[in-house]
Write a protein of this length. Structure first.
Length: 263
């Protein structure tokens, strides 16, 4: 059976597995440089009021000796890029995000230019009652500075399933959306107020003892986070959208639009 749009086939899996380990550059990230504006916008989006993200003079008093970006800022240098989305194989097959694993090796210093690459790590078949045949797809993004030093690596995984198969089974149709009572909202607000912004006061591993209480950290909304990481919420308009469509294989009019393609 040949590769079929929206279907998991043996040929499609073989094509995908042949790409394991093949590193390719991400050339169109939202942020390529670590800038003061970028740091500020991202910190506001995730709801982090730490002074070191906003005040360069204050940041110089920290152990970093200058302004750095929050670790999650690297999402803005990769996630949402069309270079990251295209070429993921199994075109039209849904990809349900299932987890992230990060390793950081160096801080993101103000003014740095970060280069980013992406490669497929593995694809593993899983048993599923949700959508029949399902595969766990693991990919890695590597971030490097101007000296070609690895700043961080990000492994993310997704469950590849056939869209129509999952919808027809309706496993989660009865799942209710979460709601919050006024009392629960007050608890969330109390957690905001209880956060300890350490800033220039580092917490070292050897200073933490079993039984110590660490105050919670509550982040902002998912929408605001995406705005901080992507700026446009993945949006591309007019001529930009057309140019991206031209870079993708020809599709029928009854297929999803370019921003829904997985392949």
């Amino acid at each position: 059976m040949p590769q079929v749009y929206g279907k998991i086939t043996d040929e499609g899996l073989a094509y995908l597995r042949a790409k394991i380990g093949q590193e390719r550059a991400i050339t169109d990230p939202y942020n390529e440089f670590v800038t003061k504006d970028g740091i500020k916008h991202f910190a506001r989006a995730i709801g982090d009021p730490n002074t070191m993200w906003f005040d360069e003079a204050y940041a110089r008093k920290t152990r970093w000796g200058g302004m750095i970006a929050p670790p999650g800022f690297l999402y803005s240098m990769s996630w949402g890029s069309w270079d990251l989305r295209r070429g993921r194989g199994l075109a039209g097959v849904h990809g349900l995000h299932s987890g992230d694993t990060w390793e950081w090796f160096k801080p993101l210093r103000l003014g740095q230019k970060i280069s980013t690459t992406h490669h497929l790590v593995d694809i593993v078949e899983k048993k599923s009652s949700y959508a029949g045949r399902m595969f766990h797809q693991i990919e890695q993004v590597t971030f490097r500075n101007e000296r070609n030093e690895t700043v961080a690596t990000w492994q993310f995984s997704s469950m590849r399933v056939e869209r129509h198969e999952g919808a027809s089974r309706g496993k989660y149709l009865k799942t209710k959306l979460a709601t919050y009572t006024p009392e629960e909202m007050k608890k969330i607000e109390a957690d905001y107020d209880a956060e300890q912004v350490r800033g220039a006061t580092p917490r070292y591993w050897e200073d933490v003892k079993e039984g110590d209480e660490l105050t919670p950290v509550v982040d902002g909304s998912a929408g605001a986070y995406r705005a901080g990481a992507l700026g446009q919420l993945d949006g591309r308009g007019d001529r930009h959208a057309r140019r991206l469509r031209l870079r993708l294989p020809t599709r029928r009019l009854d297929q999803p639009s370019v921003d829904q393609l997985d392949g």
